[in-house]
Design a binder for this molecule. Sequence first.
Ligand code: HEC
Ligand code: HEC
Length: 330
Amino acid sequence: MNFILNDVYNYLYFCLVKAVYITTMVCAVAVLVSFSVPNEENEKLTKEKLGEMLFFDPILSEDYSISCASCHKPEFAFADTSAFSVGVHGRLGNRNTPSAMNVASRDALFWDGRAATLAEQALGPIENPVEMNLPIKEAISRLNSSKYKELFIEVYGSAPDKENLGDALAAFEETLETSDTPNDRWLNDEPGGMTAQQERGREIFRVKGKCFECHFTPDFTGDEFRNIGLFNGREYNDSGRYSVTHNPEDIGNFKVPGLRNVAVTAPYMHDGSMKTLREVIDYYDQPHTLVPDALTRDSLLREPLNLTEQEKQDLEAFLHALTDDRFVKK
Ligand code: HEC
Ligand code: HEC
């Protein structure tokens, strides 16, 4: 009998210990939660965070199907993998989606430079019929009858309007700068710089290839409009900068694109017509082969470069040294 009683006591004691243990754990978790919840609430919402939410939110498209990130895909340095991106109702544009990274210092936006600031640029795709196709007025009224109304008031002290919408998207884009690259480390004499092949490629980029004349540091663009010969008025019929200025000197001129992360932003050029970096290099080597009748091609591209196979490979290796660590597959 005593024996059995003992067992019962032991069992009850075990239950008690377990109950105390569980209560302690529950309390600990509750304490953690009680700390973290108000913390999250107190974390100040910034323009950048608000802009990020908007960038990924299809609320800014006619049928709630497309966000900025549908075309500017984060995993491809905020560019797209197809020549022309798909907008609302499956509509296709006629220019390749450039990277929305490293745009903070640009003098002009779009391939033809028709927007002067990021805030102005950001409203373009919302209204563009082949992109998001939503009148700005409608976008603002949608935001005003959504959770965003309070968020804008919190950040800007006023309800959503054209100005603060553009400002928030621009603020987010300005955070997308990438400088963790082998080329930057090499320039700063830090460990993890370029390979010997990439160093050779850099010399070709600078001298024999003449690339540096148009693509110079820090983002490998001088923000000029130049004509590399992808306009002949026939199968290559996008006149580029000319469509904005109507100055005959601008026929076939396009904004020199920055080259940071270029290894992950294929396809290339304003029309997405070149699929690989090798194709781009072969073009610069012999521009006349692809487009013999190009109009007003830049004089820098008058003569073929006559790069050797090794030089082409070195040049391509250098272009890979402009990729930020976050896009390098481990
Ligand atoms: C349907 C695809 C699509 C959507 C959606 C889209 N874009 Fe774009 N974006 C493009 C294309 C195509 C271009 C180039 C157009 C041109 O140059 O005429 C571009 C250009 C840009 C540029 C200029 C980059 C440069 O170097 O000149 C920025 C910045 C940008 N978009 C940001 C945005 C933002 C912000 C949104 C959302 C409000 C957005 N895009 C929505 C396709 C898209
Ligand atoms: C005369 C100025 C000029 C020179 C020289 C030049 N580029 Fe370009 N580059 C441009 C312009 C302008 C474009 C866009 C052309 C277009 O879309 O029609 C471009 C586009 C590119 C692109 C495509 C980028 C993208 O995002 O689509 C790459 C890659 C590139 N150049 C690399 C080079 C290399 C490598 C060299 C040297 C062999 C070079 N460039 C020489 C002006 C130049």
